[in-house]
Design a protein around this ligand. Sequence first.
Ligand code: S3P
Length: 437
Amino acid sequence: MQTFRAGGPLTGTIRVPGDKSISHRALMLSALAIGRSQIAGLLEGEDVLSTAAALHAMGADIRRHDDATWVVHGVGTGGLTQPGKALDMGNSGTSARLLMGLLASHDVIVSMTGDASLSSRPMARVTDPLGKTGAEFTTSPGGTLPLMLRGMTPAVPIEYRLPVASAQVKSAILLAGLNTSGITRVVEPIPTRDHSERMLKGFGADIDVETDTNGVRTISLHGPAELQPQHITVPGDPSSAAFFMVAALIVPESDLIIENVGINATRAGLIGLLQQMGGQIELQNEREIGGEPVADLHVRHSPLKGVAVDPAIAPSMIDEFPVFFIAAAMADGQTVTSGLEELRVKESDRLAMMAKGLQQTGVELQENEDGLVIEGRSGKPFISRLESSIHSALDHRIAMSFAVAGLASENGVTIDDVSPIATSFPNFETLIEQTQG
Ligand code: S3P
């Protein structure tokens, strides 16, 4: 149980931890390259550590050095070996789904477990297409974890058109293609984060991406791939920066610089949307780090206007909706969102959890099957109903979103369990204290 209260403006200059998506991928591809890779800026959150532990249990040598760089001695494509016990994926959907893909073309039998949140999330979206490569999956009833995977070598290359906009599904299939002879192809009608494609190219995989006139992307990977070890620098996570962006926008007199934030277009939807609402967010010092675009964000307190959100933007800010709803609740006027049914199968049902928590903090809204309609408070601080704490439901982003609401509240916002924050943003509270120093 923890209460977050208004503590004055957020000021100064901060850096958020490394990008979670890129960190998972950096570990996985390094583990499959032959030789020594080095990763700087890796996110040391529980989710990424689950990936590291799983790869280590299957033969990759992964070590953290005192200067916080991580060194990986990879085993070569197809070289991971049978782990001695079940792989525990904790809370991490990315670890579970991407490793299922990676292992589908390995000669291993693996049992995979996760916490209560992960064990309720849908896995058929990866086990169905991966089953076509020859790999076999025995899931729990409902197609969830715990599950048993039997990889296939040689696996069959597949062509798959994504039925849901999911970078995890896309990446799982591409990773299965690394140890598969022939062309593995993913057709992506709606673009999702492209970190896998960028990093596969960086490691020397034979991969090409074509975009047709309708914006449909076809990604072709020629396997088997021989990956070359790399030195990688992971940029700051825009999904973590989002909490500080919104906090600085809604807490009066804030003036904050967040350095070194990834601004890849497939991830940066929130920045443009907040700017459209009147948020003063300036991109400074734009540059490229490790094949990814990065900038420093200068964010100042701003009155925000409600907005009708185009559902097409959803994949480029899919993890930012919880904290976006906090911004919308502080705006002047109504904010309408739709097309967000994917939010119901994240670490929690994020539409339900956000709707409930916002109502507990004095916000009027309507919860629809695919989105929320929020009545903005025109900058009026949140007011908690004192008898109830917010339920974070094993979901780091629910906990952090309401922590941000607490910073702009009249009487504080209490969250029942903030421990999930460690999955993606271990120093979140320290950084809040630092910006309010
Ligand atoms: C991720 C993809 C997204 C995102 C998740 C990380 C990734 O999930 O929500 O936090 O690293 O590929 P989906 O693929 O389910 O959209």
